[in-house]
Write a protein that binds this ligand. Structure first.
Ligand SMILES: [Zn+2]
Ligand SMILES: [Zn+2]
Length: 381
């Protein structure tokens, strides 16, 4: 067992390095898909491309009740720090969110159960999902594929630079935040800066709008609930002595509950309407994309913790406050109960930056414990 396990980990490490070297952007993961397909063919595991997408696909092993594992396979338009090992050779593209690990580990799970079929008391289907980082997101397409009818649960992971390799963190409720994009367009008549009284002093009014809306939302939402509403973009005006006719704001609205998300959206619309009337101006609000909250299934959370307790490895489990980051894994939870776990990787540099690095030492414990959990999951079913 040890020799074979070591062989699998060595193989997966090399695959991870290859994936890291050749990252591809969302919906363009053609080489990545070929690499996955070729690897699986070498192992004599059939690969099935998706019907509704040009990239990605799935593979499965075993028979009976089906557990899904989601690997996201896309990278980001980020320039990698050239001092890194196995640095990206794709210009301006980098696996800066760890999806190279998610993909390699997905392959590793299949490889493991190919070596140890007696440990798999069901069917494991690994989804290689394109475009987690994009909007519209890949999961919203994968959900339409014909791969869900026999599924009883889905497992998803994300590498986490805060914990050390071998640690696994999960939340008992929201695994992730929702992420709704917000676009706001404020319009006034414009005018000479000498006569703001005859116009709408749009830059001043926009500053007030942002600040008062935050107070309004804060006062209307139950203080026990969490809302993060933050703008990342403001644009408007280009002449020092002219009041602009339009200002644009762009941001994200994040919560840990879909009900709170609905409430926050209604509050933003109500406040904007009333504020516009007060100032004789127009405010248009749009929420062009939205990724729902991912809520972990409580039975799966208990099973995951039980597995570690039975191994006498409960010290490896961390139960942190839920993250406010979003992952389109949440789309799958409409179809099937799911569990989203963060896998410690003692990283350096922030995710989504050219400095992001995750420690390769995570691969061994990740494959050991995820396969151990999958074995336990089917035995407990
Ligand atoms: Zn990301
Ligand atoms: Zn990610």
């Amino acid at each position: 067992m040890n020799d074979n396990f070591k062989k699998i980990i060595d193989e997966i490490q090399i695959l991870r390095q290859r994936l890291h070297r050749e990252p591809e952007l969302s919906y363009k993961e053609f080489k990545t898909t070929r690499m996955i397909r070729k690897t699986l063919e070498e192992w004599s595991i059939p690969f099935y491309p998706f019907q509704n997408l040009d990239t990605g696909g799935y593979a499965e092993i075993g028979s009976g009740k089906t557990l899904l594992y989601r690997s996201d396979i896309d990278a980001l338009p980020i320039i990698e720090n050239p001092d890194h090992d196995f640095c990206s050779i794709s210009d301006g593209v980098m696996h800066a969110c760890g999806h190279d690990y998610h993909t390699a580990i997905g392959l590793g799970l299949l490889r493991y159960f190919q070596f140890f079929p007696e440990k798999l008391n069901g069917k494991l289907r690994v989804i290689f999902q394109p475009a987690e980082e994009a909007t519209p997101t890949g999961a919203a397409e994968v959900i339409k594929e014909n791969i869900w009818n026999d599924a009883i649960a889905i497992l998803g992971i994300h590498v986490n630079s805060e914990d050390t390799p071998g640690q696994f963190s999960l939340s008992k409720m929201a695994a992730n935040g929702s992420n709704t994009t917000v676009e706001i367009h404020l319009k006034g008549p414009g005018g000479h800066t000498s006569r703001p009284d005859q116009s709408v002093d749009l830059i001043l009014i926009t500053c007030e709008y942002v600040s008062l809306m935050h107070s309004f939302i804060k006062n209307k939402i139950d203080p026990r609930d969490t809302v993060s509403f933050t703008f990342g973009k403001i644009a408007g005006g280009h002449v020092k002595n002219a009041i602009p006719q339009s200002m644009e704001l762009g941001g994200t609205l994040r919560t840990h509950s879909n009900d709170v998300l609905d409430q926050a959206r209604r509050l933003i619309l109500k406040f904007s309407q009333n504020f516009a009337t007060l100032h004789d101006m127009q405010i248009n609000v749009a929420f062009p994309t939205s990724c729902p909250v991912a809520i972990n299934d409580s039975k799966l959370v208990s099973k995951f913790i039980d597995y570690f307790s039975k191994q006498k490895d409960q010290q490896l489990i961390i139960l942190p406050k839920p993250s406010m980051g979003a992952d389109d894994f949440s789309f799958y939870l409409d179809r099937v109960p799911g569990l989203y776990v963060r896998v410690g990787g003692a990283g350096k540099g922030a995710a989504h930056t050219g400095d992001f690095i995750i420690n390769e030492a995570l691969i061994g414990p990740a494959i050991k414990h995820l396969t151990g959990f999958i074995e336990y999951f089917f035995r407990a079913e």
